[in-house]
Ligand binder design. Structure first.
Ligand SMILES: [Zn+2]
Length: 203
């Protein structure tokens, strides 16, 4: 069967601080906190997007162009997902009666979103779905970037330039950067600090 390439938005939501959180802390409480936070993220993203899979500390999701007519719906979804994540992490921390390293370190966890627009093929093998294509590769490469190094931010949203154009979104609120990836070339990126967004939304 020939599979047709589709165009749409690719979203990767990635928990920052996960590796050191798991490595340095009591594994059972760490695992429980991460599971709760990932469930919150998936449950919210699932309102609008199709979840492809869980990738360790990240959730990969997408939506085709014909299912998303308005880019604002995507911005709103990411705002709300971040709000739920931060509130949930705060609640987990304040409710923890346990003094273990995992429970104490919950506030060091944060959330990053990578959003790109491009083409992909939906592959179905033995009932398992996956997405394939250069743009799928790119969004995963974007998770390795210079954002934290250059801004100090751990919670942020990163859009590719062509994604914001497709969404007809204003680029002004974002910090423009660029990343270079082997075989994929230069990518214009637009980044926003979600800590600032969170405080604005909480007002
Ligand atoms: Zn604990």
């Amino acid at each position: 069967m020939e599979r047709k390439a589709q165009a749409g938005y690719l979203v990767l939501a990635d928990i920052s601080g996960y590796t050191s959180f798991i490595a340095k802390t009591e594994i059972e409480h760490a695992e429980k906190a991460i599971s709760i936070l990932l469930e919150d993220i998936i449950e919210k993203l699932d309102d609008v997007l199709t979840i492809v899979k869980l990738e360790g500390d990240a959730v990969f999701a997408y939506i085709s162009d014909d299912q998303l007519s308005n880019g604002n719906a995507l911005l709103e979804l990411l705002d709300n997902t971040y709000l739920i994540f931060r509130d949930s992490a705060k609640a987990l921390h304040s409710q923890a009666t346990c003094p273990c390293k995992a429970c104490i370190a919950i506030p060091t966890l944060d959330l990053k979103f990578f959003v790109h627009h491009g083409e992909y093929i939906v592959q179905q093998v033995a009932g398992i779905r996956d997405l394939l294509g250069n743009d799928v590769t790119l969004i995963h490469r974007l998770a390795k970037n210079h954002v934290t190094e250059s801004t100090g931010w751990n919670g942020y949203v990163l859009f590719t330039g062509n994604c914001l154009e497709q969404m007809q979104a204003d680029k002004k609120p974002f910090v423009q950067q660029a990343e270079t990836y082997e075989h994929l070339g230069n990518v214009d990126t637009y980044v926003m600090n979600l800590h600032v967004r969170y405080d604005e939304m909480k007002k």
